[in-house]
Design a protein around this ligand. Structure first.
Ligand SMILES: [Zn+2]
Ligand SMILES: [Zn+2]
Length: 360
């Protein structure tokens, strides 16, 4: 099959013939029908986080099951599925405690699923490798979805949507009537805004540098929007929250300046939730005495603390009820051969999600 391979960081991908091994015990093979370009893919392509090369990235995908490994239950060949990077063994302590997104079991990459025709191993990027015609993943990574969900909308549910909505609903635990600030109204931030609306938040205040992103924030349910570079941002947030600050400040950007500012927008007892992915080594500043006297807390949110087979069907239902926007998250569609263009375009600030739709 063909896959888009990263051979050098920062260089265009090359579409090459690769060998995808058959699914082993507990694994499934999925024929990819749509795969979105996520900023995490771009981070890996640029080498800002550690990864081996050559590699196949791509982790926001949807398709149909084409083969089942031994022992897989509850899935059939032909099922429409969303493919995520959340691989859970079901056995480790995190899995047993109901936190499959924190699964501690590393799988043996020497027995990787991808190789070049000469037999050398190709890195199975983000345990998914979906910039390809097909992938082999652990069964825990997929969620069955209804046949009438368009594949390109399903792909969005694999990462950006669950990361944003889950950060608000699962990690922050936003309750009806609480106020939420979302810093960054990009792909993940817009979904944090949608999550806040689903949770019944009171004020949903979006903060961003770009005017068009603030317009998008309103479209996705922000009650108020503020320019990140405005004078008196904190005052403006206070004015919208009875002088208290927000119960939850979601940071959905990779810029450290936003993390440094976040606590000042939260109320006493409020929390800062770190969702964005700054480069490795970037550090934020926290003044412990302020955290102590304000009883504020800081939490990280990984993949929206998502339980794949619980949360993805729920989000499909929210989409069906008209309470979750998916179509509106797509900026453009591309053929697989246009993947480098899709990635180049995704680097533009105004892009929400670019999706590769595979020819069938
Ligand atoms: Zn586990
Ligand atoms: Zn992603």
């Amino acid at each position: 099959m063909k896959a888009a391979i990263c051979r050098d960081f920062g260089q265009p991908l090359t579409i090459e013939e690769v060998v995808l091994r058959a699914p082993g015990p507990g694994e499934v093979q999925v024929g990819i029908e749509a795969v979105a370009i996520c900023h995490s893919d771009i981070g890996y392509l640029d080498g800002i986080w550690h990864s081996q090369l050559p590699a196949v990235y791509g982790h926001e995908a949807a398709g149909r099951i084409t083969a089942l490994g031994e022992g897989v239950q509850g899935l059939c060949v032909g099922d429409a599925v969303v493919v995520t990077m959340i691989r859970a063994c079901g056995q480790c302590r995190a899995c047993r405690l109901g936190k499959p997104y924190l699964c501690a079991t590393r799988y043996n990459r020497a027995n990787g699923v991808l190789s070049l025709p000469d037999g050398s191993v190709v890195e199975h990027g983000l345990d998914t490798g979906a910039f390809a015609e097909a992938c082999v993943v652990h069964a825990s990574q997929v969620a069955k979805v209804p046949d009438d969900l368009p594949m390109e909308l399903g792909a969005l549910l694999a990462c950006g949507v669950i990361t944003g909505t889950g950060a608000v609903i699962n990690t922050a635990g936003v309750r009806a009537g609480e106020n939420v600030v979302v810093i960054g109204a990009g792909g993940v931030g817009l979904n944090a805004i949608q999550g806040a609306r689903l949770a019944g938040a009171g004020k949903i205040i979006a903060v961003d540098l770009a005017e068009e992103k603030l317009d998008a924030a309103k479209e996705f349910g922000a009650t108020d929007v503020l320019r990140a570079d405005m004078k008196g941002l904190r005052k403006a947030v206070m004015a919208l929250t009875e002088g208290q600050g927000a119960e939850h400040v979601m940071v959905a950007v990779g810029a450290v300046a936003a993390y440094n500012q976040a606590a000042s927008l939260a109320c006493k007892g409020g929390q800062v939730v770190m969702v964005g992915m700054p480069p490795s080594g970037a550090k934020m500043e926290v003044e412990p005495v302020i955290a102590a006297v304000t009883a504020q807390s800081y939490r990280g949110s990984f993949m929206g603390a998502t339980v794949v087979q619980r949360d993805i069907p729920y989000l499909v239902e929210m989409w069906r009820q008209g309470r979750l926007k998916l179509e509106e998250l797509i900026t453009a569609r591309y053929a697989f051969e246009e993947i480098n263009q899709a990635i180049a375009d995704a680097r533009q600030g105004h892009v929400r999600r670019n999706v590769i739709v595979m020819a069938r």
